[in-house]
Design a protein around this ligand. Structure first.
Ligand SMILES: [Zn+2]
Length: 128
């Protein structure tokens, strides 16, 4: 049994082809062909500039906010935690917040974060 999952429709992601941060949109055809989508599904996002697609696992995506939910506080960064693309994080040591714009698989994995002042930085996640 798994709960239905609807990821955010619009994301800012780092596009390897454009080599910059671009707005990306969820390819809705996946969710609309009658399949049950949950956290284990893979979702495709379309780069708004070059129209190439990017796949993300539902486990790595932020859920679409419900209109009556107030904005949650930023997720405090810790190397052993798991972060979601589109999520706002806060780095305690740098006293800066940023948005997760991409992921790199590996062990440990890493996230790309666009910080308000210092720009794009790579941080470790899922460190065990
Ligand atoms: Zn692109």
């Amino acid at each position: 049994m798994s709960l239905p999952f609807v990821p955010v429709e619009n994301l800012e992601i780092y596009c390897r082809f454009c080599d910059k941060i671009t707005p990306a949109q969820l390819d809705r055809s996946i969710a609309e062909n009658g399949r049950t989508v949950d956290r284990n599904s893979t979702f495709e996002y379309l780069c708004g500039k070059c129209l190439k697609t990017f796949c993300f696992s539902g486990k790595d995506l932020l859920e679409q906010p419900k209109s009556d939910t107030p904005e949650s506080p930023p997720h405090e960064y810790a190397p052993d935690d798991h972060f979601l693309v589109g999520e706002k994080i806060f780095h305690k040591k740098w006293k800066e917040s940023g948005i997760v714009i991409g992921k790199d698989k590996g062990s440990p994995g890493s996230i790309l974060v666009n910080f308000e002042k210092s720009g794009v930085k790579k941080l470790i996640e899922d460190l065990c």
